[in-house]
Design a protein around this ligand. Structure first.
Ligand code: NAD
Ligand code: DAU
Length: 369
């Protein structure tokens, strides 16, 4: 990557990780330009980037990564020298009920983006500094037993329609590198948490439910393990890989913070109760309910991040308990954001401001199985 005056196309920049990454990039690389292409599905919220509207380094394009014409237009009108591809359908439970949206965005969308990036890269004389960074997940590796870790060479073994679609996308990214030479890199990271995460995912859902005295649905017996990565640590890893990662390489990124789901939910209860000054007899742990397990629920994810640590010098800077506390504070301090996401007010705002049918409202696909 060139370190000056880079122009980066970020896809999915209005989502959870995307919005954190766009802010991180603009703060840490003054002078760079960010083009954010986002379809504004239910998970994409322009309010996640409030305040950037007037930033001269920031351009928002409302559109779909499956739209080849739009992609061609974007690559033709900006000198893009890096792509950070985050746009995706990201929620496992939704993929179980409606897999086709996941095939469309995660597989077809990634291929359309690869094709557009390749065309532009060739037209510009195949600059060595160009990067296509595909942000993937540890879920492509399937499930671990009680021992061991995922590393970059772990065999793919996805369990859910979501992880299968991400695995397919990873294979296409590798194919575009090996077949056409596109300087592409893949990261596979563990579960992120932090501000602006849509409250369908475990941590924000439990924070908000605990705060509001609602039940806390724990799938199965709560013994499934995830390796939690604070989103800010992830953003730092992505920028490092974008600038210093080797084309064709994969980097596994984990938080080194394995917790069972039940441990996470109990911690959240404690943190929320402390903040709200609840008495012991009001403890929100009493709201925990063990509910029917997720079909195909992977038992354990854990990442050995040795490669990115030794080759690029990255390590997570946030410890789980204090970053979880910061996350709890953020959700309790931002009731307007929470309300707008839940009420759909932001969707009305999008409709009023962009005047187009929302991508998330297009015909409901799925529910086939
Ligand atoms: P998210 O669901 O919060 O955001 C996804 C964004 O993509 C939204 O802004 C949405 O509007 C946009 N989008 C969806 N379909 C689109 C399309 N067809 N065209 C353009 N934009 C579209 O997701 P997230 O949790 O921020 O995850 C971002 C990426 O990181 C995903 O690729 C996901 O697979 C990967 N990832 C996430 C995690 C995690 O813990 N959240 C962990 C590992 C990898
Ligand atoms: O590992 C990376 C992946 O992490 C990303 O690729 C995905 O995009 C992201 O959504 C996340 O997937 P998970 O399925 O692990 O995250 P989720 O927050 O949905 O669930 C975390 C764990 O908590 C999982 O074991 C299921 C459990 N769970 C989840 C919810 C929403 C519950 O027990 N109750 C719940 O209500």
């Amino acid at each position: 990557m060139e370190d000056e005056k880079s122009t980066i196309l970020v896809t999915g920049g209005c989502g959870f990780i995307g919005s954190n990454f766009v802010r991180y990039l603009l703060q840490n690389r003054p002078g760079w330009k960010v083009i954010n292409l986002d379809a504004l599905t239910y998970a994409g919220n322009p309010a996640n980037l409030a305040g950037l509207e007037d930033d001269p380094g920031y351009t928002f394009v409302h559109g779909d990564i499956c739209d080849a014409g739009l992609l061609a237009e974007i690559f033709a009108s900006h000198s893009i020298n890096g792509v950070v591809h985050l746009a995706a359908e990201s929620h496992v439970d939704r993929s179980i009920h409606g897999p086709m949206d996941f095939v469309r965005t995660n597989v077809e969308g990634t291929c359309r983006l690869l094709a557009a990036a390749l065309k532009s890269w060739r037209r510009r004389g195949e600059p060595e500094s160009f990067r296509f960074l595909h942000v993937s997940t540890d879920e492509v590796f399937g499930s671990l037993g009680p021992q061991g870790f995922f590393i970059e060479s772990t065999a793919y073994d996805p369990s859910s329609p979501y992880s299968a679609s991400k695995a397919a996308a990873d294979h296409f990214v590798r194919a575009w590198h090996r077949t056409y030479g596109l300087p592409a890199i893949i990261t596979n990271c563990s579960n992120n948490y932090g501000p602006y995460q849509f409250p369908e995912k475990l941590i924000p859902l439990m924070i908000l439910n605990a705060a509001e005295g609602k039940q806390l649905p724990v799938y199965g017996d709560g013994s499934n393990v995830r390796d939690w990565l604070y989103v800010d640590d992830h953003c730092r890893a992505l920028l490092l890989v974008l600038e210093k990662g080797r084309p064709g390489r994969t980097y596994a990124v984990g938080g080194g913070a394995e917790q069972t789901n039940l441990e996470v939910v109990r911690l959240i209860c404690r943190l929320v109760d402390e903040r709200l000054g609840r008495r012991p007899d009001q403890a929100s742990q009493g709201l925990i309910r063990f509910v029917e397990d997720r079909p195909g629920h992977d038992l354990r994810y854990a990442i050995d991040s040795s490669r990115i640590r030794s080759e690029l010098g990255w390590r997570p800077r946030h410890d789980f308990l204090s970053a979880l506390g910061k996350t709890v504070d953020w959700y309790l301090d931002n009731p307007d954001w929470v309300e707008s996401v839940r009420s759909g007010a932001y969707r009305n705002w999008i409709a009023a401001n962009y005047g187009r049918r929302l991508a998330g409202e297009e015909e409901a696909s799925g529910r086939e199985p």
